[in-house]
Design a binder for this molecule. Structure first.
Ligand code: PEP
Ligand code: MG
Length: 327
């Protein structure tokens, strides 16, 4: 079976009825790049940059961030890299922001990700500068985590414009034109505002890990409630559907990059909801590709409509299992 999956590397991710699906990789560490390439990733759909900020006493400066990003962009040899700005905050900051903001009462709902970047502009400006410079070496998109309203996107865009002007004055080579700016849709309020956000953003990446956590009020890392953590809950699926439809109407690209994107059990449903771009941990790519090659999008859309009429996630899971074993 492993040989068979390996053989898939060179085959396209195309459904039986000829719809091409883009399969990209999520990267958590630079060394994952090798696995992304081995497994035939068509790009990096989510570069988590947290590794640059974690487990250290000093913040990385612009040059350090630039070098790391550049090597990843160059390593992808012309395929697009989607770099997410730092998604750190709450308890993860204790090391170098000790005492600054105290202990957040609820880190998951606190000062993290873009919120932190707007509160501490130097942090985000430095990262944006590194990204703009790295973007001179190959195709790059910039992705903003934990966005919950349009004004956050506008503020980051303004900041990016200022950073670009400063870099140009300095004579630095930067991405030209400036990279597309996308939004992680991972807060229920963002999903419900997807039509407005689609005007402000150049692309969407749906983060189903956090979207599930916040929609169901289930801490994604709390084992005590792990059995209640359910991406097939109708509320989560409706938010995904609403977001995909808003993106399609506005003609902006939309991908799914949470864990469900890398699980072949969900592939038919996601395609049925109109998703054509998936980003996942590199080893999952062959399995998902295999599933895509066995599917028919018209049939998947028909099944998805039936599933979206259900109110019970157990029933949804059963319908999905049924589809997965038949096709
Ligand atoms: C998500 O929330 O689904 C996601 C892809 O981001 P992370 O897992 O890094 O929070
Ligand atoms: Mg997330």
């Amino acid at each position: 079976e492993r040989e068979q999956l390996k053989g898939l590397r060179k085959l396209p991710a195309v459904t039986r009825d000829g719809t091409a699906i883009t399969l990209q990789a999520n990267l958590e560490l630079p060394r994952d790049l090798e696995h992304a390439l081995e497994n035939g990733a068509q790009g990096i759909g989510l570069l988590r940059t947290e590794f640059l900020f974690m487990n250290r006493d000093q913040l990385p400066d612009e040059d350090e961030q630039y070098e790391v990003l550049r090597s990843i962009i160059e390593g992808m040899g012309g395929r697009t890299v989607t770099a997410r700005t730092m998604d750190v905050g709450g308890e993860k900051l204790a090391g170098w922001m000790a005492g600054r903001y105290g202990d957040p009462p609820n880190p998951a709902l606190g000062l993290r990700a873009v919120r932190l970047g707007l509160r501490e502009p130097k942090l985000l400006e430095t990262q944006l500068a590194a990204m703009l410079r790295a973007g001179a070496h190959g195709p790059l998109r910039i992705l903003l985590p934990m966005i919950c309203n349009v004004s956050e996107v506008q503020k980051v865009r303004e900041m990016m414009g200022q950073v670009a002007r400063r870099l140009r004055r300095r004579g630095a080579a930067i991405a030209d034109p400036l990279p597309p700016v996308g939004v992680m849709v991972e807060i229920p309020g963002a999903a419900l505002s997807a039509d407005a956000l689609a005007y402000a953003a150049d692309f969407f990446a749906i983060g189903t890990n956090d979207l599930t956590q916040y929609t169901l009020a289930i801490d994604r890392s709390d084992e005590q409630v792990a059995t209640l953590y359910d991406p097939l809950h109708p509320a989560v699926l409706r938010l995904i559907q609403f977001t995909v439809e808003a993106a399609l109407r506005s003609r902006i690209p939309v991908s799914v990059c949470g864990e469900i994107a890398g699980d072949p059990r969900y592939t038919a449903l996601l395609l049925g909801l109109g998703v054509r771009e998936l980003s996942m941990s590199p080893p999952s790519i062959p399995k998902v590709k295999q599933r895509i090659r066995s599917l028919d999008v018209i049939e998947a859309a028909r099944r998805a409509r039936v599933i979206m009429d259900q109110s019970d996630s157990g029933r949804i899971a059963a319908l999905l299992d049924d589809f997965n074993t038949v096709a």
